[in-house]
Design a protein. Structure first.
Length: 147
C-alpha cells in the first residue's frame, strides 16, 4: 500500500510539472505583449485607436450605433492574444463581425493608419508595430467586403 501511495505521489508531481511546463511554453514569449505595455498599455492604445476611428471621416460612419465599449473590450482581448498575452478572445470571427458593413479597401487602410498613429503615440517600437500588423494582415480578407 505504501509503495502504491508513493507511486501515486510521484505520478501526481510529474503531472503537475508537465502542466506547468506546457503552461509556461504556451505563454513563454510574451515579449511582444510587453513591448505594447501589457494590459494597461494595450488599453491606452485601443482607447486612442477608437478615438481616432470615431473622428476620422474615412471610418466614423462604420461605427454609428455600435457599442464602442464592447468593441474595445473584444479588440483588447484579440490584440492581447495576438501579442502573446495570457488573454482569451471571446468575440465572433472577423468575417461575422464585419459582414454587411461593406468595408472597402480605403476604409480598411484608414483604420490601419489610425492604429499606427495610436501605437506611435503610445511609444510602441516600429518593429513591434510591424509584428502586430503582420498578424492582422491576413484578417483583411475577412473584414473587407469590397475593393
Amino acid at each position: 500500500m505504501v509503495h502504491l501511495l508513493t507511486l501515486f505521489r510521484r505520478a501526481a508531481v510529474a503531472l503537475l510539472m508537465l502542466a506547468a511546463m506546457v503552461s509556461t511554453q504556451a505563454h513563454a514569449d510574451d515579449s511582444l505583449y510587453r513591448e505594447f505595455g501589457g494590459k494597461a498599455g494595450l488599453e491606452r492604445i485601443i482607447d486612442d485607436f477608437y478615438d481616432s476611428l470615431l473622428e476620422d471621416p474615412r471610418t466614423k460612419s462604420y461605427f454609428e450605433g455600435a457599442s464602442i465599449p464592447r468593441i474595445e473590450k473584444k479588440l483588447n482581448e484579440q490584440f492581447c492574444v495576438l501579442l502573446g498575452g495570457t488573454c482569451v478572445y471571446t468575440g465572433r470571427t472577423m468575417k461575422r463581425t464585419h459582414e454587411g458593413l461593406n468595408i472597402d479597401h480605403a476604409a480598411f487602410n484608414a483604420a490601419i493608419d489610425d492604429l499606427r498613429t495610436a501605437m506611435k503615440k503610445n511609444g510602441v517600437p516600429v518593429s513591434a508595430q510591424n509584428k502586430l500588423l503582420a498578424k492582422l494582415a491576413p484578417m483583411s480578407r475577412d473584414i473587407q467586403e469590397r475593393e
